[in-house]
Design a protein around this ligand. Structure first.
Ligand SMILES: [Ca+2]
Ligand SMILES: [Ca+2]
Ligand SMILES: [Ca+2]
Ligand SMILES: [Ca+2]
Length: 406
């Protein structure tokens, strides 16, 4: 596909200069090794602690880092319990990422499953983020009932804990628990990987747990047992997967290539704790920075810090602000996350961009930074949308929203 790019210039007061601000449309391939991961508990990365619902980017060329903050997930998961505040999903235990077109927010290509039922979403549902769409911005693409029927689970209840969507449209998946299936009560184990072809109503076994355990043993040169298979993805040549044990490698991404190999080792991901991955997917798109705020629901005059991860080392970044949030994205198409979720017509957007040196800073040598500020003294409730602009690449981050005075 042809790639087309443009450039604009943005005034950054802190540096009293114009910086280039580039946008592109068209497909840009991510390096083949990059994956997104979600953990089954917290992950201590030193500079930050990531939560079990959040999404990390791991490339094998340095520590893993936050890619999708809980604040971004809450914006797109929505106010499911209708208490007036957006809800953070309890825990994502399956992830798939498919490429999206220019001008579409990256998260519209993200499919997930929950670790437990939450606000009308079942733990066996395969759900896609659908920003701006009906049903509060979520679409159940494969329902738990469909998957239960596809494996004929005798107890009528399943929990999906790994998903992948193959190029032919087949859903590959694994279960969180062993299920007895059909009249002979055949056991479908939690480390088996199943495949539901497009249009089919019955799933077939793609890999047995025993086959995958043998591959992990080959990859590690050990006699390890794997327990559960917790994450999968497939491409034209391989399946990558994560497993429950051994704990030294329960965040390691294995591959079926070569009869069993290591795609990315946990030891290279920079965890300071015994992190375990419960979801994995190949990354598609262009990596973008991640903002993370110290408070999701601040009051007027509260001090708030926005931490930033994944910016260009040693280069300036700017916080973009808006009191109007557009989850489906506003024009134009932007590099990185793909869209502006803020309203460039909102007066706060221009005031913030033009008049506040406090909204610009420089990333450290690892691409991390932080900006602290005080919430303006306004008595009325409002949403404060935030995206980060990485000035060296013109890439924008995923959005987060602070629900002020709410
Ligand atoms: Ca998780
Ligand atoms: Ca699930
Ligand atoms: Ca269930
Ligand atoms: Ca499983």
């Amino acid at each position: 596909m042809m790639k087309s790019c443009g450039r604009a210039r943005v005034f950054v007061p802190a540096f009293v200069s114009f910086v280039s601000f580039a946008w592109c449309s068209g497909a840009v391939a991510a390096p083949a090794g990059e994956v997104v991961l979600s953990l089954s508990g917290t992950g201590d990365l030193g500079v930050t602690t990531v939560q079990d619902e959040e999404v990390l980017l791991a490339s094998g060329t340095g520590p893993a880092r936050l890619l999708v903050d809980g604040g971004t997930l809450a914006l797109h998961f929505g106010d499911r319990d209708q208490d007036g505040l957006d809800d953070v999903p309890g825990d994502l235990d399956a992830l798939e990422v498919v490429p999206v077109g220019a001008g579409t927010p990256w998260i519209a290509g993200v499919y997930f499953s929950l670790v437990s039922d939450q606000a009308g979403i079942q733990d066996g549902d395969v759900v896609r983020f659908d920003p701006g769409g009906p049903n509060g911005g979520l679409e159940v693409v494969w329902s738990e009932a469909q998957i239960q029927a596809a494996i004929q689970a005798n107890d009528g209840n399943v929990d999906v804990d790994a998903i992948a969507i193959a190029a032919d449209g087949a859903l590959w998946f694994s279960l969180a628990e062993d299920e007895a299936s059909g009249p002979s009560a055949t056991v479908i184990a939690d480390d088996d990987v199943l495949r539901l072809p497009p249009g089919a109503t019955t799933a077939e076994v793609a890999f047995t747990g025993a086959q995958l355990e043998a591959m992990v043993q080959t990859a590690l040169g050990s006699s390890a047992t794997i327990g559960d298979v917790k994450g999968i993805d497939v491409d034209a040549t391989q399946m990558i997967f994560t497993v429950q044990s051994p704990s030294s490698d329960d965040a390691t991404v294995f591959s079926t290539l070569g009869g069993g190999s290591v795609h990315l080792a946990e030891s290279g991901m920079g965890f300071f704790n015994a992190a375990e991955a419960d979801a994995v997917a190949f990354f598609h798109g262009v990596p973008f920075p991640a903002p993370s705020a110290t408070a999701a629901n601040p009051k007027a005059n509260d001090a708030v810090t926005v931490d930033v991860f994944g910016a260009t080392p040693g280069q300036p970044f700017v916080l973009l602000l808006s009191g109007v949030v557009v989850p489906a994205g506003a024009a134009p198409a932007l590099a990185g996350y793909g869209t502006l979720a803020l309203d460039p017509q909102d007066p706060m957007f221009l005031v913030g961009l033009l008049n506040s040196p406090a909204l610009a800073s420089v990333a450290d040598g690892n691409g991390n930074g932080a900006i602290s500020g005080k919430i303006p003294s306004s008595a009325s409730p409002y949403d404060l949308g935030i995206q980060v602009l990485d000035t060296a690449t013109g890439r924008v981050s995923a959005p987060i929203v602070l629900e002020v005075n709410q």
